[in-house]
Design a protein around this ligand. Structure first.
Ligand code: GTP
Ligand code: MG
Length: 369
């Protein structure tokens, strides 16, 4: 589905766009200056001017695959990536807070910052990466764009409130992505906590607890009183073991953008989850339509780090523009390649937008007639 904008093709051939439009008309193709024409048409019209069109001028896939072949021997276990989901106010962030505060060492506790929605937690039994998803927006954006970032969903349901619309939404998201769910019934400290009701309501949505003959994992917790947290972490790591999560830390990194923004001082800043390989300061990267060289890598505590391996969320600085949540990040050995891929994507995007504008103006024309 290679295309080129008419004016661009004309320019490269050194002829006037109008000449090409006339020629195309003669061939029965109505086109405007800004219109994209497909490869076959380009070949035909160029032929009329005694030009040959070379298709393989740019193969993005070839460049992106130039990175080394996968060697199964290099695969190593990686930490699970866990997304905390659930209805508003059911305690997702509180749960994460208590996990982070009680699990990070004394010295680090004071340095906790909230500027990143992705965390890296060292528990006694292993490392876990957590994503906090306010309103599921980021998660939905990523899923709708085909980015699979999470291995396990922890579904937080308040024991005094039960299953609510966003609880059901979260279940549907998880099922659609084929991600296993661990239910955390939170706010167990509340006098009106009713975990049986939560289990009953969730059973109606296909989450039946083991004690009732189902296979869903339920853990009762209280973020406020810090109870049940160890069991929850244990269940997460148990589930992760079953999933046999692996990645190869000894290659160039790939991953996805969790969130991104324009920082007045630092420029475009993106929080990315490294999913494979290792990302290093100085690496050339392509990220969505943008590219760059990583100037600074920071962990979720705001500390500068030299590198980030599989399942590690990091904030990166050095991109040419602000990517979108769900955009893929790929590190490339060659800086030129990164720029070329980015430019190619930009041009594609521009073609698409021009095509849209043309369609719109045509529609407007018909309305007037
Ligand atoms: P959103 O991000 O807005 O969707 O909310 P959230 O799910 O992150 O909930 P949050 O952690 O902000 O908690 C909402 C409220 O519930 C806060 O007032 C918390 O103090 C309270 N809360 C959270 N966990 C518990 C708990 O275990 N027990 C009690 N009693 N209150 C809790
Ligand atoms: Mg929250």
């Amino acid at each position: 589905d290679e295309t080129i904008v008419l004016s661009e093709l004309a320019k490269r051939m050194g002829i006037k766009a109008n000449e090409m439009i006339v020629k195309l008309m003669g061939m029965g193709v109505m086109a405007t200056v800004n219109q994209t024409i497909d490869y076959e048409t380009a070949v035909l019209v160029a032929g009329e001017f005694n030009y040959e069109v070379e298709k393989a001028s740019f193969e993005e896939e070839v460049i992106l695959k130039k990175t080394e072949e996968e060697n199964p021997d290099q695969l190593q276990p990686r930490p699970p990536v866990v997304t905390i989901m659930g209805h508003v106010d059911h305690g997702k962030t509180s749960l994460l807070d208590v996990i982070r505060k009680t699990r990070v060492t004394e010295g680090e506790a004071g340095g906790i910052t909230q500027h990143i929605g992705a965390y890296h937690v060292q528990t006694e039994k292993g490392v876990i990466a957590f994503l906090d998803t306010p309103g599921h927006e980021a998660f939905s954006a990523m899923r709708s764009r085909g980015a699979k970032v999470t291995d396990i969903v922890v579904l937080v349901v308040a024991a005094d409130d039960g299953v609510m619309p966003q609880t059901v939404e979260a279940i549907n998201h998880s099922k659609a992505s084929g991600v296993p769910i661990i239910v955390a019934i939170n706010k167990m400290d509340k006098p009106d906590a009713d975990p049986d009701r939560v289990q009953r309501e969730l059973s109606e949505h296909g989450l039946m607890p083991e004690s009732w003959g189902g296979d869903a994992i339920f853990v009762q917790v209280s973020a406020k009183k810090n109870t049940g947290i160890d069991e929850l972490l244990e269940m997460i790591l148990l589930q992760a073991e079953i999933l046999e999560l692996k990645a190869n830390p000894d290659k160039l990194a790939s991953g996805h953008v969790v969130e991104a923004k324009l920082d007045s001082g630092r420029g475009p800043v993106a929080t990315v989850l490294v999913q494979d390989g290792t990302l290093r300061a100085g690496d050339s990267i392509v990220c969505g339509m943008h590219y760059g060289k990583i100037r600074v890598l920071q962990d979720d505590l705001g500390r500068t780090v030299e590198s980030a391996g599989p399942s590690m969320p990091v904030e990166i600085v050095g991109l040419s523009g602000v990517p979108m949540a769900g955009d893929e990040l790929v590190a490339l050995a060659d800086e030129k390649d990164a720029r070329q891929v980015s430019q190619h994507r930009m041009q594609k995007q521009r073609s698409k937008e021009l095509a849209k504008t043309n369609r719109l103006s045509l529609e407007g024309l018909f309305e007037k007639m």
